[in-house]
Design a protein around this ligand. Sequence first.
Ligand code: T4K
Length: 377
Amino acid sequence: MTTKPFERPVYVTQPFLPDFNNFCDCLKEIWDNHWLTNNGPIVQRYAERLGRYFETNNVCLFTNGTLALQIALQGMDISGEVITTPFTFVATTHALYWNKIRPVFVDIEPDYYTLDPEKVEAAITPWTTAILAVHVFGHPCKLNELSDIARKHNLKLIYDAAHAFGVKIEGKSIAHCGDLSMYSFHATKLYHSIEGGALIFRDSGLKKKFDYLKNFGFENEIEVVMPGTNAKMNEFQALMGELILNQIDDLISHRRKLYETYYHRLSDIPGIHMASCFSSDINYNYAYIPIEIDAGGFGISRDKLYDELKKYNIFTRRYFYPLICNYSCYRSVSVTDPLKVAKSVSSRILTLPIYSQLRIEDVEKICLIIEHIQKKS
Ligand code: T4K
């Protein structure tokens, strides 16, 4: 195996696509129905399938995860302040902003980069109404600790589970933790419906409200009961989601092999740190491969490695750098927590390629190239 650049670009991710001929055959149903959107038959069937997958009837589908989260916050009447993480994709915070909720950023823990429960409790004020935690990279949050805090202070506990499709705790989907979980089915996710999102929630009374909010608030042809928006999933999205759901177990198991190769090959390279494997009660989904680069040990900084890898046609990403509070649109939000861990992780994190079409030998080559760069640094 050589360290010659890849002939074709290797991106951080690439969407999985179902068999082309099968997809085309299935499209016939849409053509026969002449029904493209507005709660069509495939969307309804897909919602039922996801309900069986998540083992709940409390499923609501959306055109993407961002709108799903915005609607969740609005439907649950969340207001005032919400305690959340700065180490996430910007949509988590945007969903708060769109609901005129003040984000209160607190630090993450260093092991899996999820919200630090101690910091959460310290940040609660009379205006706090909810905790919005993120299972970042599919890593489960400190579920019990966050539940205890939410219960003690009578706060809603909402999970941004955009990265956590397929993650299970003691055999049960992580979606059942907290009051509500939002999933993103964006093309870049390990499971997708081109674009798409879903809410899974505890209180079945919320379903009707979410359905109104995603469809302009229509009760019927002549009545609108609330100022909703348009966040409906369409038939093409649902079809893609249905077909990929058939293969989800295989997709996760292939990713597991890729992850194990990375873990095995990178663990001995100086200056590289990877989060520890999860305990056996957690079924992880291997959504991302985040590594931390310690410039002192590795020889060059994370940013230099990111640039170097491009020369080999490897396009990694710095998820999640910068922290949300450092984006110009959120710099005016006052942050009292020093965010020590989040700042450090954000300056060192690099997410490596992982997707279904990637082969074990590709991962071995990526690791060899990283090792080569380290040795010459
Ligand atoms: N909460 C969290 C924690 C999230 O991570 C996200 C989304 C959300 C909420 C919001 O959910 P959605 O509203 O998106 O459903 C990507 C995704 O666009 C975004 O969905 C995702 N998080 C985020 C982590 O990653 P970018 O700006 O990095 O995407 P982009 O276009 O640079 O794609 C990354 C790489 O994937 C590209 O370098 C090439 C490859 N790619 C991408 C697409 C779209 C392909 O090969 N084919 C493709 O079709 O945000």
